[in-house]
Design a protein around this ligand. Structure first.
Ligand code: DHB
Ligand code: FE
Length: 280
């Protein structure tokens, strides 16, 4: 059977992708950030997943004001990097796992979660930057990837509780798939950042570090946090953090923290990163 073995949380700032693509990872500004991912790159080389179930948000690249699915699962064979205004990132296409994606779609319907099915879409920095941070610059991504897009751009996004619950349902779905697959689930976005308005540039280290603590030890209490708390404490784009609760919901109640990293700043964003191992 397929099994979810680990979870990864990471921010997904576009400038990180540009730093990688333009060979700037050793620049003074960027080197401390990339050092924080060295453990994870080594760990994933030693523990390669067959499939990554990658929870991310689209930033008006594949979807726009005309169509805004709350939860959308990529069921296609492959997904190209999106052109976000500077051309497509020079990274490989993402190869999907249609059989597992359709199985999750079916299983979640039975658990009362109705997902939008996406057979064709381009994937933006929300998905490709985490892949680059974890895998570097290979000619082809070393595993299949199921894109799972969450609307956190146009209000209202799903609640933290809804995200946590859907994570639990995703775990059941994956672990009822009749093929031996090592599956990781990743949650991306966050941490505190606000890109617009009078509070643009907001960073809240105290909130972020408390979020990292509680995501590990007390995710139920985070699931109960209302959107307005994210807005006040973590800024308007900080609400991306609800996606980390999908990842956490798909893991055991008790998890082992293999790696934790926090760094400010990367562009306008506080970067947080966790590698969590399922104990079972
Ligand atoms: C930035 C961060 C994001 O999460 C994003 O989606 C776009 C931009 C930034 O800090 O520049
Ligand atoms: Fe974002």
């Amino acid at each position: 059977m397929a099994k979810i073995t680990a979870g990864v949380a990471t921010s997904h700032v576009p400038a990180i992708g540009a730093a990688i693509d333009l060979g700037k990872t050793q620049d003074e500004y960027w080197a401390p950030l990339f050092r924080g991912y060295e453990f994870s790159k080594q760990w994933i080389r030693e523990n390669p997943p067959d499939v990554v179930f990658l929870v991310y948000n689209d930033h008006a690249s594949a979807f726009g004001m005309e169509l805004i699915p709350t939860f959308a699962i990529g069921c296609g064979e492959s997904f190209a990097p999106a052109d976000e205004g500077w051309g497509r990132r020079p990274v490989p296409d993402v190869i999907g796992h249609p059989d597992l994606a359709w199985h999750v779609r079916q299983s979640l319907a039975e658990a009362d979660f109705d997902l939008t099915i996406v057979n064709e879409m381009d994937v933006d920095h929300g998905l490709t930057v985490p892949l680059s941070l974890m895998f570097g610059q290979p000619d082809a991504w070393p595993c299949k990837v199921i894109p799972f897009a969450v609307n956190v751009v146009i209000y209202p996004p799903p609640s933290g509780q809804r995200c946590f619950n859907i994570g639990k349902a995703i775990r059941k779905a994956v672990e009822s798939f009749d093929e031996d697959l090592n599956v990781q689930i990743w949650g991306t976005g966050g941490m505190s950042h606000q890109l617009q308005g009078p509070r643009a540039g907001l960073i809240n280290k105290e909130f972020d570090n408390d979020y990292l603590d509680r995501l590990v030890t007390d995710p139920e209490s985070l699931a109960a946090m209302p959107h307005v708390d994210y807005l006040r404490e973590a800024g308007s784009e900080g609400v991306e953090l609800v996606m980390w609760l999908i990842m956490r919901g798909a893991l055991d109640d008790k998890v082992e923290v293999l790696h934790r990293f926090y760094h400010v700043p990367a562009s306008n964003t506080a970067v947080g990163h966790l590698v969590l191992k399922n104990s079972a």
